[in-house]
Design a protein around this ligand. Structure first.
Ligand code: ASP
Length: 345
């Protein structure tokens, strides 16, 4: 056998081996390993951090629980039927916006001028597309406005008068500004205004906050997040909080997680809290739970607020440093949870 023949044989052997490897990889590719432990879909909602009195009447507590249950149901039905996480988060947040107990849509808190200015945002973790509105005055469901901005305009965030014009162009449902205002919020505003008149720094702002949000992952592994709010009671007209700001009060990225925040918006903006959570998971390799703890206790001050999040493996966190945050979640494996105060159940 000549050197040439030996060389040829080796080349044929190597080529045959490489073809074998390629086929093995292709076979692996066509039959991906499915992690049976990972839920197929998951959804989590919140109704705002730090706003409810522990001594509230039992029937009011029940109404909060029913509100959470209905909103969760609106989202989970979509996910269980194979629908998208975007549809699920929009449906859940619309339900909370329509419920006057929560600080979003009808029942939103009032500015110090006695008006409602609504903020909302939504983000698609698959495409990183997002949409938002700030200072909305006549849009019944700000989260739907945000979604249409994302899908039907080249922009991300509209504010004030321009947003109202865009709302007309997008054809979202409009209402008279009085639709949002409830007697309960008027009382809260009066109380707050008195506090502001008496002291430079009001001692208790637990009644001034709220917000609603939802995060979901669907059976395709796509993550979406949505946040909607009236802001903070007695805020100065024109003030914009974290809720409509992508990376502050809302963020979603299939590579890491989706998150919706609630609390003192200025703090969440300062610390770019929603994106910080994602960055801690992505660049520092922290678990979702570890990252949430860093954001809430090391970046933010205790009592600033809370967040809900789902990572790409379907892990859920719903946590606050305020002691109270109506929250609920559900997963495809049948697990569900509902809680208002940290020391519940
Ligand atoms: N983060 C909201 C804002 O500052 C309020 C809240 O979540 O309670 O507008």
């Amino acid at each position: 056998m000549t050197f040439r023949t030996v060389g040829l044989l080796i080349a044929v052997f190597v080529a045959a081996w490489m073809i074998g490897c390629t086929q093995t990889n292709q076979q692996r590719g066509s039959a991906p390993v499915v992690d049976q432990s990972q839920p197929k879909w998951a959804i989590v909602i919140h109704g705002g951090a730090g706003m409810l009195d522990r001594s509230m009447p039992a029937d009011l507590k029940l109404r909060y629980e029913q509100g959470l249950t209905s909103a969760l149901q609106a989202g989970r039905t979509i996910l269980a039927a194979g629908g998208s996480s975007l549809d699920a988060v929009e449906a859940a947040v619309r339900s909370l916006e329509d419920n006057e107990l929560f600080n979003a849509g009808r029942g939103a808190v009032l500015t110090r001028a006695g008006t409602c200015e609504l903020d909302a945002s939504i983000m698609d973790g698959r495409t990183l597309k997002c949409g938002a509105g700030a200072g909305l005055r006549t849009v019944r469901n700000p989260i739907t406005f945000a979604r249409r901005v994302m899908e039907q305009t080249p922009h991300i965030l509209f504010t004030g008068d321009g947003a109202e014009t865009v709302a007309t162009q997008l054809g979202v449902e409009r209402v008279d500004p009085g639709y949002f205002i409830t007697p309960r919020r008027r009382e809260q505003l009066d109380k707050r205004l008195k506090e502001l008149g008496l002291t430079a720094a009001p001692s208790d702002d637990s009644l001034t906050r709220g917000t609603v949000g939802c995060v979901a992952i669907d059976i395709r592994g796509d993550i979406a997040a949505a946040t909607s709010t009236g802001g903070m009671t007695a805020k100065m007209p024109g003030r914009v909080g974290d809720s409509p700001l992508i990376g502050a009060g809302c963020y979603a990225n299939n590579a890491t997680l989706g998150v919706s925040c609630t609390g003192t918006g200025e703090q969440f903006i300062r610390h770019v809290a929603a994106h910080d959570l994602s960055a801690l998971v992505r660049y520092k390799g922290l678990t979702l739970e570890q990252a949430a703890s860093v954001v809430l206790t090391e970046r933010l001050e205790i009592d600033d607020g809370g967040l809900i999040a789902i990572d790409r493996a379907g892990n859920i966190v719903a946590t606050t440093t305020t002691g109270c945050m109506p929250r609920a979640w559900a997963r495809s494996d049948g697990a569900t949870h509902l809680q208002i105060w940290d020391d519940d159940r």
